[in-house]
Design a protein around this ligand. Structure first.
Ligand code: MTE
Ligand code: MO
Length: 315
């Protein structure tokens, strides 16, 4: 049965309701819980969503998460249009199962892997992360995912694997935004191998303990919480280990405005606006913008990755 990822009233939720529903999922068990989503879930996902211990992991912020509605109706996914509500409006019919990911490049186990095999034997973790778009809005999102490094190690990257390149599906029939040259399609992104292996980096498959909605990048998307949101490439179909720094979509579109690193940095202005403050979605229209933190507040964890790098030049 194919159900839509439409929002039900019970999905518009705050953190306390989130915790209640997780208890409910635990009690309801796999079959009922899977029926609540549009996809057949790997057992791992349901196991993780029932695990209250993992709600606030060591990497989670204690800031209150945005509502399901904020997270799933206001975002960027240009494959479905450039307005903030376009992804929600236009991604509902997107087919995110079955899904295959091609792994290639500098590794010993390249190949075509099914979604379930990509998830593999890993335990999924809940991580409440700050999320900051380059356009100066931000949210707090309870993602569900696998540390990317754990996932990548299974493909045995070799010593020439200095970077990882990711690619989004190219399917203009399903993705109406790809019928116009807003960006060069397909969307591509990249990380250094050290960034990819950092424990904060997640391959995300869910949000709020539920399967990832299409508009948030189903079935598989990247999250690097210390970087601007555009690094979080969605609906990934290719992972390539490379020896050279890969080109990224926003760099290709405008290299003066967007760099490879894209670390959140309040001290480096975007050419057209300041990056010093941000508007937390859902906080109310009259609320003051709040100061943006270096590395989005994750400096303690990630600053060492950039020791010796000029962060003004390497933005
Ligand atoms: N394939 C693809 N991935 C993408 C984008 C996109 O247009 N296409 N937009 C990016 C941008 S600019 C942001 S801010 C985030 C927003 O989505 P999220 O709130 O679900 O993370 O997705 C990122 N990933
Ligand atoms: Mo963004």
């Amino acid at each position: 049965m194919k159900t839509k990822n439409k929002i039900h009233p019970w999905e518009i939720t705050s953190e306390s309701v989130y915790l209640d529903r997780r208890q409910f999922l635990l009690a309801a068990g796999l079959a009922t819980a899977a029926g609540m989503t549009s996809l057949a879930l790997p057992g791992q996902l349901m196991a993780a969503t029932g695990d209250l211990e993992s709600v606030q992991g060591p990497y989670s912020t204690d800031e209150p998460p945005n509502s399901w509605k904020d997270i799933t109706t206001y975002n960027n996914f240009y494959e479905f249009g450039t307005a903030k509500d376009d992804p929600y409006d236009n991604a509902q019919e997107f087919r995110s199962q079955p899904w295959t990911v091609k792994v290639s490049g500098e590794c010993d186990k390249p190949g075509e892997y099914h979604f379930e095999d990509i998830i593999g034997p890993h335990t999924l973790e809940d991580r409440v992360y700050r999320h900051r778009c380059v356009e100066a809005w931000s949210m707090v999102v309870p993602w569900v995912g696998i540390p990317l490094g754990d996932l990548l190690k299974r493909f045995d990257p070799n010593s020439d694997a200095k970077f990882v390149r990711f690619k989004t599906l190219h399917d203009p029939e399903q993705m109406p935004g790809q019928r116009r040259p807003v960006l060069r399609w397909p969307y591509v992104e990249g990380l250094t191998i050290a960034e990819a292996m950092h424990p904060l980096t997640l391959m995300v498959v869910g949000v709020y303990g539920k399967t990832l909605p299409n508009q948030n990048g189903a079935p598989l998307r990247l999250i690097t919480p210390w970087k601007y949101g555009f690094k979080g490439i969605k609906s990934i179909v290719e992972i390539e280990f490379t020896s050279r720094q890969p080109h990224t979509s926003w760099e290709i579109a405008n290299s003066r405005e967007y760099g490879f690193y894209a670390n959140v940095n309040p001290e480096v202005d975007h050419p057209r606006w300041s990056q010093a403050r941000e508007r937390r979605i859902g906080a109310g229209v009259f609320d003051e913008k709040q100061p943006t933190l270096m590395f989005n507040g994750y400096a303690e964890e990630v600053a060492e990755l950039y020791a010796g790098l000029d962060l003004r030049k390497n933005y």
